[in-house]
Design a protein around this ligand. Structure first.
Ligand SMILES: Cc1cc2nc3c(=O)[nH]c(=O)nc-3n(C[C@H](O)[C@H](O)[C@H](O)COP(=O)(O)OP(=O)(O)OC[C@H]3O[C@@H](n4cnc5c(N)ncnc54)[C@H](O)[C@@H]3O)c2cc1C
Length: 483
């Protein structure tokens, strides 16, 4: 059974997974578990350890990263980053116009917000920074170094936000539940900063090895990419922005043959591949909600983009945060529920009922949180801010980390994907060539990620193991590095 009847194209390597990434009331994704037997029989052996994420259910993220939803404009990101009455200042990946949805964009936004505060405030003033992700930590560091009295308020019991490195005895190397890649755009210094701190990174640019549900390795034709390009070119001529789904349908680009070729894959399957393996993970939002005009898949959206070289972080992304947080006053496990601001200053109310005052506040909570009513602003934010919050999309990318006793697969490719089947996890990262360890990372995005966020760990694992069947080999390659 094929996934989409609605048919609505190849970014190589990590264009698809890196960049661009739901809590029941638990603030963190689930802890490592020793998996119980699942009801779905699979040839794929049970892993020795697993770890999953549910970013859309995380009350302090409500999604993985922002994306261009239909109707939203890049100018709205800039509007969201504008100070309000020189009392409230905004940072976070969603306010970045150059690199939204990324660690680089979030860090740059923290620096920009600190400059905005410097321009409005007198030295020595008390500044509250809400959120200890990379945007908040960067703003706090710059402001404290400039001579302000800074304190950070963070809802979680850890720093880093959507940078979430797990280093524990269950795993042979630090695993990344949130950001894991540095995209080398020509502007980023993140990889140098990581290298300076002794954190290993590795190039990650190979195109994926693509398999059918039957396990046959196939070449990716340009059918899907071409259909999307045709649809986006059509959309560019329309008077208003429409979703990618609509542009595929209305332009006629999705009218593709559903007849299987010898490989068992039809043209329509290749369009489905372009959607589920490229567009979904890139934005995290469903194609019926992704903007055609501002899609990252649209070469016209930013013709100056240098695709550069993507790198995967192997030695702990969170190391980047250590110097930033050094010596900064922080109130952890403290949820801000209300920010009142006036000419006289600002006051914060915490979930405990406690109140704190500051001259100015830097707000760095994720767009997904701003979209909820958890944090009240008094007076309400200006229309420009509310308009941006409501228009921009918050996408979802989730991961499953699986550690096996030994490899059951017969390929050394670092990136895998599947076409034509009905599996939930369509993209996999093979850590063997990168670390020598039999560890796989599965990715799931958009509607599928939202659906799987609702299921328990056993069902999540069963979906992942069944998605791995095209890579199962009764005679795995001998890999000396994993012996
Ligand atoms: C699965 C996944 C994969 C990703 N992959 C990549 C990648 O490979 N490369 C890349 O560059 N980017 C990636 N990203 C995006 C990247 O992680 C983010 O863009 C970046 O970390 C955001 O930083 P931030 O400081 O803006 O927000 P956050 O890191 O989310 O920080 C905001 C902080 O605010 C806190 N907070 C929320 N609500 C409250 C409240 N009410 N009171 C107090 N504190 C609050 C949160 O706990 C959090 O610590 C990925 C994200 C995810 C989830």
């Amino acid at each position: 059974m094929k996934r989409r009847t609605f048919l609505l194209g190849s970014v190589s390597g990590l264009g698809l997974v890196a960049l661009t990434a739901c809590v029941t009331p638990t603030p963190r994704p689930s802890a490592s578990v020793t998996p119980k037997p699942t009801s779905t029989p699979s040839l794929v052996p049970k892993p020795a350890a697993m770890r999953r994420t549910s970013w859309s259910a995380d009350p302090f993220a409500r999604g993985s990263f922002s994306y261009p939803a239909v109707g939203a404009t890049p100018e709205q990101r800039a509007a969201l980053g504008q100070p309000v009455d020189d009392r409230l200042f905004f940072a976070g990946e969603a306010t970045s116009t150059d690199a939204p949805g990324t660690v680089q964009g979030a860090r740059d936004s923290g620096k920009r917000a600190a400059r905005d505060v410097l321009a409005a405030a007198s030295l020595g003033e008390r500044i509250a920074v809400i959120g200890a992700g990379i945007a908040g930590l960067t703003a706090a560091r710059d402001l404290q170094d400039a001579g302000f009295d800074v304190f950070l308020v963070e809802a979680r019991d850890r720093i880093g936000g959507r940078i979430d490195t797990v280093t524990d005895k269950d795993w042979p190397f630090p695993i990344e539940l949130g950001a894991a890649f540095v995209r080398r755009t020509g502007q980023t210094t993140l990889d140098e900063d990581l290298t300076d701190r002794g954190v290993a990174t590795a190039p990650f640019t190979d195109p994926p090895e693509v398999r059918t549900a039957a396990g046959t390795v196939v070449e990716v034709p340009d059918t899907g990419a071409q259909a999307v390009a045709t649809a986006l070119a059509w959309a560019a001529e329309q008077p208003t922005d429409v979703s990618i789904a609509q542009s595929l349908a209305d332009s006629g680009a999705s009218k593709l043959s559903t007849t299987d070729a010898d490989t068992g894959v039809s043209d329509a399957d290749w369009l489905d591949y372009q959607i589920t393996v490229v567009l979904d993970p890139l934005a995290g939002g469903p194609v019926p909600e992704q903007s055609s005009w501002y899609s990252d898949a649209n070469p016209q959206a930013d013709p100056d983009t240098d695709p550069g070289e993507d790198r995967i972080v192997l030695g702990g992304f969170a190391t980047l945060l250590t110097d930033l947080s050094d010596g900064i006053d922080m109130l952890g496990s403290s949820v801000v529920t209300k920010i009142a601001y006036s000419e006289a200053g600002t006051s914060l109310r915490l979930g405990t009922g406690e109140s704190l005052s500051a001259d100015r506040v830097v707000v760095t909570v994720p767009l997904g949180v701003l979209k909820t009513t958890v944090m009240e602003f008094d007076p309400p934010l200006p229309f420009t801010h509310r308009g941006a919050i409501s228009a921009l999309g918050m996408g979802t990318l989730d991961k499953i980390w699986l550690q096996f006793d030994k490899p059951f697969w017969d390929t050394d490719a670092p990136l895998w994907s599947t076409v034509g089947g009905d599996d939930d996890f369509r993209v996999w990262i093979n850590m063997v060539p990168l670390t020598g360890e039999p560890v796989l990372v599965g990715l799931v995005a958009a509607e599928t990620a939202l659906r799987l966020a609702e299921v328990d760990d056993d069902e999540f694992l069963a979906a992942a193991l069944s998605s791995l069947e095209p890579f199962y080999s009764a005679v795995p390659t001998d890999n000396p590095t994993t012996e």
